[in-house]
Each structure stands twice: as C-alpha cells, then as structure tokens.
Design a protein. Structure first.
Length: 164
C-alpha cells in the first residue's frame, strides 16, 4: 500500500497526463487547420500515448488499493504561429512532465517506496525518449525553414509515425 501523499502525487500526474493528451490533440487540430496532415497525425499519436500514460498511472494506483481521482483541467492553448512553435511548446511541456515524474521519484526514494520507484523507471526512460523525439522534429523544422519543399517533406515524414 502506498502513502496518501504518494497517491495524491500520482493522481496529480494522472491529471497532468490527461492535460498533455488534450494539449497534443489541440496541436493536432491546429496543424490540420494549417494544412499539415503529417504533423496532425504525429500529434494524434502523441495524444493516444499520453492517454495510455495516464491509464498506466491509474492502473498502478488501483493495484496499490488507492483511489484514482480525476480533476477538472484547464483548457490547453489552441493556436500556434507555426509548426516550429508547436514543437517548441511540446518540448517545453515534456520537460515539465519529466520534472514532475522526477519529483514523484524523489518522493518514492524518501518514502522508501520501492514498488513506485520500480514503476517509475518505465516513465523516466519514456521521458528521455519523448524529449529526444521532439528535439529531432525541432531540428528538422529548423533545417526546413524557408523551404516549402523541405517543409512538405518534413510533414510527410511526421505522417509516417507509427505506434510506439
């Protein structure tokens, strides 16, 4: 059984993961509005992945006999200047998620909650992957700047993203 404090922190993370999902859905919609079908596809995959993260945390709480609590969330931003700004915001957000997960891990260390520490290893590894993936896209977008052909090729490549 995990502590009430730990359950509260994981519940907060569940809600942050759902916010992340809706942020990516907003990005998908804005990308589609701007004509970038590939980027929209990429963000929709990210939307699905963030929902899976929330459910994984929720399942862990259930397995630990703790109550899952879903809170109301703020509406995510809905419009960006361009794809580069979207992905820069995505990277900034992923860095926040990494910090939140690290904070939960720190609490697990303090409480000697080895089960939670073990569960968090997957999320810590996932965040390294998440940030690297977004950084790669930012690099491609920066290299494509000023070239419509390169931007279209980048968008096409983003549309090739499969389930991770």
């Amino acid at each position: 059984m995990i502590s009430t404090k730990m359950a509260d922190e994981i519940n907060a993370q569940i809600n942050r993961e759902f916010f992340s999902a809706f942020l990516y859905l907003a990005m998908a919609n804005d990308a589609m509005d701007k004509g970038f079908k590939g980027a929209s596809h990429w963000f929709k995959k990210q939307f699905e992945e963030e929902q899976e993260h929330a459910l994984k945390f929720a399942q862990y709480l259930e397995d630990q006999g703790a109550k899952v609590e879903i809170d109301a969330m703020e509406k995510p931003k809905g419009e960006w200047e361009d794809l580069l700004e979207m992905f820069q915001d995505a990277l900034e957000h992923e860095k926040k998620v990494t910090a939140w997960i690290n904070d939960i891990n720190t609490l697990a260390l303090e409480e000697k909650d080895y089960a939670t520490q073990n569960m968090l290893v997957w999320f810590i590894d996932e965040q390294v992957e998440e940030e690297a993936s977004v950084e790669d896209v930012i690099w491609m977008l920066e290299m494509s700047r000023g070239s419509k052909g390169a931007m279209l090729m980048t968008d096409r490549r983003l549309g090739e993203r499969e389930d991770d």
